[in-house]
Design a protein around this ligand. Structure first.
Ligand code: 2AM
Ligand code: CA
Ligand code: CA
Ligand code: CA
Length: 268
């Protein structure tokens, strides 16, 4: 991509994510009238019309500007994955929070170019925060640059955590026990994208989820790298399409947390 093509996509991802977040806010304020459906037989995996409408909106806005680009989204699936540029979209990350009136949800849009995450934006309308970043250009919350924590031990801060009923929950409590034994503490807020952004911002020292999808974290991973963070081999074995365990952390605690997780982090 030329610098001008990158500029156009970076500007677009910020404005489209914010417009989508405003649309999300309209739904959120009248969430009592939204029908909540379940995906498959997991009662915890919820979705509403808002998720679908917002993803449709995002795809339409980006297609208008970049008709040759492809898409991968939680609700709409894959479209033209052979394209050089692929937009990876989570229209609402934190749907369970969204439908229950908890403010921890966001819109996450990342861009993959020739297989590498290039730029992304995460819009959180409840806290008026737009996290955004582009490879080589830094990462920001609104206009403030992001930098990961300087912690050297899990005792020095809070680790984000999460799990699902789909994969990895049997590993989760032993991991938490190990973390507590070493003097650490944990937080789960229900949005993988926000937790990843919070690691980039230095608010959390790291974040471990036993099962994340690429649309949960791709935008956040751009921010994390620009802010000086580390991530495991998330894209191995078709992680883009199927997801994997995910660990993001500041460099000073990455190895400690990876050891507490054990081999399940980077093997099947
Ligand atoms: P979602 O709200 O877009 O579904 C919470 O731990 C994180 O896991 C969120 O990013 C959430 O994204 C995601 N998540 C929720 N249910 C899931 C499931 N059944 N499988 C995989 N990820 C899930
Ligand atoms: Ca979901
Ligand atoms: Ca998600
Ligand atoms: Ca979602």
């Amino acid at each position: 991509l030329t610098p001008a093509e990158i500029d156009a996509r970076y500007a677009a991802v910020k404005s489209v994510a914010q417009e989508a977040a405003r649309l999300g806010m309209d739904y959120y304020l009248r969430r009592q009238s939204l029908a909540v459906m379940h995906k498959g037989d997991d009662m915890q995996d919820v979705v509403s019309i808002a998720d679908k409408e917002i993803e449709t909106f995002i795809r339409a806005e980006l297609t208008k500007r970049f008709p040759e680009d492809g898409f991968l989204g939680e609700e709409g699936g894959a479209d033209d994955l052979d394209a050089r540029c692929i937009w990876v979209i989570d229209p609402i990350d934190g749907t369970s929070c969204f439908v229950n009136g908890l403010h921890n949800w966001c819109v996450s849009i990342g861009l993959l170019v020739a297989g590498e995450p290039l730029l992304g934006a995460i819009a959180d309308p409840n806290h008026d925060e737009l996290f955004h970043g582009c490879r080589g250009r830094g990462a920001f919350v609104n206009d403030t640059p992001l930098k990961v924590s300087s912690a050297q031990d899990v005792r020095e801060g809070v680790l984000g955590v999460g799990t699902t009923h789909r994969r990895g929950k049997e590993n989760f409590i032993p991991f938490l026990q190990g973390l507590l034994n070493e003097g650490g503490m944990f937080l789960r807020n229900g949005s993988g994208a926000l937790m990843t952004a919070y690691v980039a911002a230095g608010r959390l020292i790291g974040y471990y989820e036993t099962d994340l999808k690429s649309w949960d974290c791709l935008a956040g991973l751009v921010l994390l790298k620009e802010a000086g963070g580390r991530v495991n081999d998330f894209f191995r074995n078709d992680g883009l399409l199927h997801g994997n365990p995910c660990l993001v952390a500041c460099p000073g605690v990455y190895d400690q947390v990876a050891r507490l997780i054990g081999p399940s982090l980077d093997q099947d």
